[in-house]
Design a protein around this ligand. Structure first.
Ligand code: ADP
Ligand code: NA
Length: 328
């Protein structure tokens, strides 16, 4: 099994990014061969301030390593440093059909009312995504609900290329359908996602928050006055309570049912300190590595450089094979 997965570089990382995205990669690298990339070529499909993009790419790389992605076991790199992604994307643009891209629902959502003003890259990026995985012969690609259509497209492109040019160059990747994503909600509003763009810093736990700040934020998190129930159904109508239970479960690798089994009947006066403790203990070593790495851009660049060299070597035969198949 070879897994390829990408993540957009973003800055100001928080607990939602860790539990909802980064932690999955850490688990995956123990089970299969993994190539993980920072999707900086995807990031430029909309305007990104260049200095911020460079900083966010480093920050995301630092966070991944701090959270446990091991650059010795997984291949960790940024897309832009492996020219084969852009190169194969061009070749695949000529295989992909306009009609296929016209059906991509994400473009309709992302471009909104301003389709004419969207970049060609935003329209065509599912083809770059196809290149991202086909170039390494990925057998499996983790996909959330919103990305299923793009993986289907990658399979269609691979099938058409293999058939048009009478080759078996491209492996058809299978989806690893992800379970319901861990969604971490704001500490101030159980109906809003925890997000870096929330103006209130009290709404989120930043990966750079120190122990006292984490404890204070958990203590001040919005809740209701009821004790915790003994069933998940009863939790459903209480988004703030459900959010804290969900965090406890995700941080301690338990199910929300298990957490409720421990805390049913207890109020938040008891639950919040327990949650804060688990959060502090989990995030402290991550923060220490993260802060140290962030202050050493050369070390991050070296990690990405090493990863990109490995990725280039893995990609080269596929690109060469594609050129050959096309008569180029
Ligand atoms: P933000 O919402 O803070 O702008 P991004 O959109 O940059 O975060 O997300 C980066 C990654 O982190 C994505 O994979 C996204 O699904 C995940 N993520 C972001 N916020 C949350 C959250 N509150 N809960 C779970 N996952 C999240
Ligand atoms: Na966002």
């Amino acid at each position: 099994m070879r897994v390829v997965s990408g993540i957009q570089p973003t800055g100001n990382l928080h607990l939602g990014n860790y539990l909802g995205a980064i932690k999955k990669w850490v688990a995956m690298q123990d089970e299969m061969e993994c190539l993980f990339f920072l999707a900086d070529l995807h990031a430029i499909t909309v305007y990104n301030e260049p200095l911020a993009l460079a900083n966010n790419t480093r920050e995301m790389a630092a966070a991944l390593v701090a959270c446990g992605v091991d650059p010795e076991r997984a291949v960790l790199f940024n897309q832009a440093r492996v020219p084969a992604h852009a190169e194969l994307a061009w070749l695949l643009f000529c295989t992909a059909r306009m009609g296929w891209l016209n059906r991509m629902t994400q473009f309709k959502e992302k471009s909104g009312k301003n389709r004419e003003g969207a970049s060609v890259g935003l329209y065509a990026y599912p083809v770059l995504q196809a290149a991202d995985v086909l170039i390494y012969g990925a057998t499996h690609v983790p996909v959330g609900e919103d990305q299923k259509q793009h993986l289907e497209l990658a399979r269609d492109i691979a099938t058409k290329f293999n058939s048009d040019f009478d080759t078996e160059l491209f492996t058809l990747p299978d989806p690893i359908i992800e379970g319901p994503a861990t969604r971490v909600m704001s500490l101030r509003d159980g109906s809003a996602k925890m997000s870096k763009s929330d103006p209130s810093d009290m709404s989120r736990i930043n990966l750079t928050d120190d122990d006292d700040t984490i404890t204070k934020k958990v203590k001040k998190a919005k809740t209701d006055p009821e004790p915790l129930p003994d069933s998940l159904e009863a939790l459903e109508e209480r988004p703030e309570a459900a959010n804290l239970v969900g965090m406890m479960a995700a941080l301690s690798d338990r199910t929300p049912e298990d957490v409720l089994a421990d805390f049913a009947g207890q109020g938040f006066g008891a639950f919040k300190p327990a949650l804060a403790e688990v959060m502090v203990e989990t995030l402290r070593p991550i923060r220490e590595r993260f802060v140290a790495l962030k202050s050493d851009p050369a070390a991050i660049d070296a990690i990405l450089q090493q990863g990109s060299e490995k990725a280039r070597a893995l990609a080269a035969p596929t690109v060469a094979g594609a050129y050959r198949a096309l008569g180029l």
